[in-house]
Ligand binder design. Structure first.
Ligand code: 13P
Length: 245
């Protein structure tokens, strides 16, 4: 049985009251049959947990540090986010890799730390525009996956393909590009859910959800409002023929 997941990555948006309002709207609006995970900024995880605890909405952290504990000012451990009620953590998001210079080695250490603390991991991979233009997209994605998942039990892993050039641009990758890359990733990680991320919105969610090896989405901007996020979930469920939509 394939696992379908639609996830909201709120990135660094909202102050407390705004985050709580969106969380309350989502708790009220979303009645999904697929798995729905929300990744708020770390400081809002606990209050959002309080809102979600009577719902089927799941929680995750956007990042962790790989050390267990100690003198790492400003960092947050896997055990900490687990203790706040997170079931998932995102590791290796392109903004971490490119803005904060996170290496494949650090990504691997974070995946390990997450699994050791009984968290499920959404491992993000994806090439830059330059890498695509140089015909390196498949090599980059393979390198990122192989290195992140070296020796890791895949049971707790989800892969998100997020081409860097499609994130935050309003223009998603096209069906052919996503199909090719998801088929390629499927050969590397057979039973792992493969999400697509990069400008997913309600107007393209049905078309992209129709792609066979797209098992869900990791949504940025369009997850900042409950109505657009709910519409994406409904369109995805319709494309997969699951749920009430
Ligand atoms: P956008 O949906 O805003 O393009 O962001 C995608 C993303 O990076 C999700 O992790």
């Amino acid at each position: 049985m394939r696992r379908f997941i639609v996830a909201a990555n709120w990135k660094m948006h909202f102050v407390l009251e705004e985050a709580l309002n969106v969380a309350r709207d989502m708790a009220k609006d979303i009645k999904a049959s697929v798995e729905v995970i929300v990744f708020p900024p770390a400081v809002f995880i606990h209050p959002v947990f309080e809102i979600f605890k009577q719902t089927h909405l799941k929680l995750g952290a956007q990042n962790i540090y790989f050390e267990q504990k100690g003198a790492f000012t400003g960092e947050i451990s896997a055990a900490m986010v687990k203790s706040l009620g997170c079931e998932y953590v995102i590791v290796g998001h392109s903004e971490r890799r490119h803005i904060f210079s996170e290496s494949d080695i650090e990504v691997h250490k974070k995946v390990k730390a997450a699994i050791e603390n009984d968290l499920k991991v959404v491992v993000c991979v994806g090439e830059t525009l330059k890498e695509r233009e140089q015909n390196k997209a498949f090599d980059v994605v393979e390198r990122q996956i192989v290195s992140a998942l070296d020796g890791i039990d895949l049971e707790k892993v989800v892969v998100a393909y997020e081409p860097v050039w499609a994130i935050g641009t309003g223009v998603a990758a096209d069906v052919k590009t996503i199909t090719q890359m998801h088929n390629f990733i499927r050969e590397l990680v057979e039973n792992v859910p493969i999400l697509y991320g990069g400008s997913v919105k309600d107007s393209n969610a049905f078309e992209l959800g129709n792609i066979d090896n797209v098992d869900g989405f990791l949504v940025g901007s369009a997850s900042l409002k409950s109505d657009s996020f709910s519409n994406i979930i409904a369109a995805f469920e319709k494309a997969k023929g699951v749920g009430s939509a």
